[in-house]
Design a protein around this ligand. Structure first.
Ligand code: F6P
Length: 328
């Protein structure tokens, strides 16, 4: 029989995402409700390696649900990638009598959890915390909705100036390996074209699309570029397009960058984070270990961490077709 879980640790790791604080709050308060002791690990795996843990009680997570970023800070730890680093991390968890961990982060974070649990047998539950929405096993990850809203508001503003000057705008959004932010931003802002890593759209095909839309009397155009698309960054693409279409449109580029990662989480992200954080603690208590908690068709779901990191949250092809029809 395995020992009952009495002390857990929670941490955030990798890129921050709006809603992480709401998830930390849900973990701490659900755990406290069930008489568990919770420790916060600061700066993700780096803090685990360095023993940077502090007790978190109910009131320590008050007044954070609406805040972006993460009160526990975050990092991408090189030390944890080494065997020696992970040994130190294990020794620190043992020194604090930690029985299990809740890891909030993206693919790298959950990969770290998988390696660590295989080596040392510490149970983990993962929460998908990344604006990229690229993890298999959840329809949406924590921070994605807020990031899309931020990007969409920016594109709305760019639309005003693009329309006033009859310009062609390239707006680059985040997504190293995933076109989710780009596609949702494009649909939500009514952009004419979108370039994403999942679909091979050459610059020539884009030029053709834009030429056609000019023939259809479009006076300005908005192109959303996912940073991971295969034609390079928005500046390079804009340069090539302007070489061909400079007589029709003046091209401008805006890279939204890290502003997409900050800001107060949307209501959807707060509710999602609260549900996932609560369910993570319940999963640990029920012995449902080494799973990622997600939301599938609106219901809480559990996917082995191994599967969540190996898979990719597939883009719905119907959405791509729809965005093309609506942008005509
Ligand atoms: O959080 C995910 C992500 O935003 C990617 O889309 C992006 O490429 C990356 O993080 C950048 O992260 P950092 O600035 O931490 O290197």
């Amino acid at each position: 029989m395995t020992e009952p879980i009495k002390r857990i640790a929670v941490f955030t790791s990798g890129g921050d995402a709006p809603g992480m604080n709401a998830a930390i709050r849900a973990v701490v308060r659900t755990a406290s409700h069930h008489d568990l002791h919770v420790y916060g690990i600061y700066r993700g795996y780096q803090g685990m390696v360095e023993g940077d843990l502090k007790r978190l009680e109910k009131r320590d997570v008050g007044n954070i649900i609406h805040r972006g970023g993460t009160i526990l800070k975050t990092a991408r730890s090189m030390d944890f990638m080494t065997k020696e680093g992970r040994k130190k991390a294990y020794d620190n968890l043992k020194a604090f009598d930690i029985d299990a961990c809740v890891a909030i982060g993206g693919n790298g974070t959950l990969t770290g959890a998988q390696v660590f649990t295989e080596e040392y047998g510490i149970p983990f539950v993962g929460l998908p915390g990344t604006i990229d929405n690229d993890l298999a096993g959840t329809d949406f990850s924590i921070g994605f909705d807020t990031a899309v809203n931020t990007a969409m508001e920016a594109v709305d503003k760019i639309r005003d100036t693009a329309a006033s000057h009859n310009r062609l705008f390239f707006i680059e959004v985040m997504g190293r390996h995933s076109g989710y932010i780009a596609l949702y931003t494009a649909i939500g802002s009514g952009a004419g074209s979108v370039l994403i890593p999942e679909i091979n759209t050459s610059v020539d095909a884009l030029i053709n699309q834009l030429r056609q839309s000019h023939i259809r009397k479009k006076q300005f155009s908005l192109v959303i570029v996912a940073e991971g698309n295969e034609n390079g960054n928005a500046h390079n693409i804009a340069k090539k397009v302007e070489e061909e279409l400079g007589n029709l449109y003046e091209a401008k580029v805006t890279t939204l960058g890290h502003l997409q990662r900050g800001g107060s989480p949307s209501s959807s992200d707060r509710v999602l984070s609260s549900r996932l954080g609560h369910s993570a603690v319940m999963a640990l208590l029920e012995g449902n270990h080494n799973v990622m908690v997600g939301l599938t068709n609106g219901l809480v779901s559990f996917t082995p961490i191994q599967e969540a990191i190996q898979g990719q949250n597939e883009i719905n092809k119907e959405l791509i077709e729809m965005s093309q029809i609506l942008a005509i």
